[in-house]
Design a protein around this ligand. Structure first.
Ligand code: AMP
Length: 304
């Protein structure tokens, strides 16, 4: 891991000698704090995109927007151990800092914050004892099936916000529940940051881009395309079937596709995330589905 960091730093140090495009990778908190202090003193606006790396065009869309709307764009690359409730998932999470850095440089980002876990957490924090009042937002869907996941998310995002002090931070609607929780966190913890919701980026087939897609076989990838197809088809039934009936229809249909096994599908209020029994409120359907061993999520809005 360290060898990769050094290689990338050297790579971009060489760029520095030859061009004016400077890509900097910072690994330490004191260095990023010093950089932020300098930006703030010079009155620069800071945009921030937190990621776990293995970047794809979904991340790129967030970064491109961040670059265009701020003086400085900072991207963090940190596979946050405290938000994984499954150690195999954490170990198998794809990592490729060198490729990520190249992609970010092309997108116009000049500063990456890529710390090691030990730089971010002490041993107590690492055991994810972090607690936070989610006002029920963590009791459904991802929160129900990945206990402790959102504690880890709030733990890392609040740490990064405190460190980077962004004016704007960019998050994808692909992680719909995460986005709702981030909005709630910003309010409760009184962060002075504007959260920018960014739409889901999909392959032409409709499959939502995800770092986890890299782990799909070719056959699984074809079957995974059915996830978005079934979700889109379900819109045709939204007013005729109740949310409960539609939920059953989707789960049954999805489970007939080879390789797919639905973990949950819920139709919820897009703000409170509480399960709906009628279509009178803004509704979003959220799914987690295993494609082989790879867990994928997606969502669709029905009436807003
Ligand atoms: P991750 O690296 O998976 O933690 O994602 C970092 C950010 O990128 C999160 O705000 C995600 O919601 C967002 N993101 C991931 N995939 C997509 C996508 N396909 N479209 C839009 N945003 C995405």
């Amino acid at each position: 891991m360290h060898a990769i960091f050094y290689r990338v730093q050297i790579l971009f140090f060489c760029n520095l000698a030859h061009t004016t495009k400077i890509m900097k990778i910072i690994r330490f908190k004191n260095e990023i704090s010093a950089a932020i202090k300098g930006f703030k003193e010079r009155g620069k606006t800071i945009g921030f995109v937190p990621t776990m790396g293995a970047l794809h065009d979904g991340h790129k869309a967030l970064v491109t927007r961040c670059v265009s709307e701020n003086d400085i764009c900072i991207v963090s690359i940190f596979v946050n151990p405290t938000q994984f409730n499954n150690i195999v998932d954490l170990e198998k999470y794809p990592r490729n800092l060198e490729r990520d850095a190249e992609m970010l440089e092309k997108a116009g980002c000049k500063l990456i914050f890529a710390p090691n876990p030990e730089e971010i957490y002490d041993s107590v924090e690492m055991s994810n004892q972090f607690s936070f009042d989610f006002n029920g937002l963590d009791k459904v869907m991802e929160g129900k099936f990945r206990p402790g996941h959102f504690n880890g998310v709030v733990q890392i995002v609040s740490k990064l916000f405190s460190l980077i002090q962004p004016d704007k931070a960019y998050f994808g609607e692909k992680d719909f529940q995460q986005l709702a929780i981030i909005h709630h966190m910003v309010k409760v913890l009184n962060f002075k940051v504007k959260i920018i919701d960014c739409p889901i980026v999909r392959e032409p087939s409709g499959l939502a881009l995800s770092s986890r897609n890299e782990r799909l076989t070719e056959a699984q990838r074809k079957n995974a395309v059915e996830i978005s197809k079934v979700l889109i088809e379900s819109r045709n039934f939204a007013p005729k079937l109740s949310p409960k009936e539609l939920t059953e229809w989707i789960i049954n249909k999805m489970n007939t596709v080879p390789d797919l096994k639905v973990e949950y599908y819920e139709i919820v209020n897009s703000k409170s995330l509480q399960i709906l029994d009628s279509w009178t409120e803004p509704a979003v359907g959220c799914i987690a589905v295993f494609c082989g061993e790879v867990r994928l999520i997606d969502n669709i809005r029905y009436n807003s």
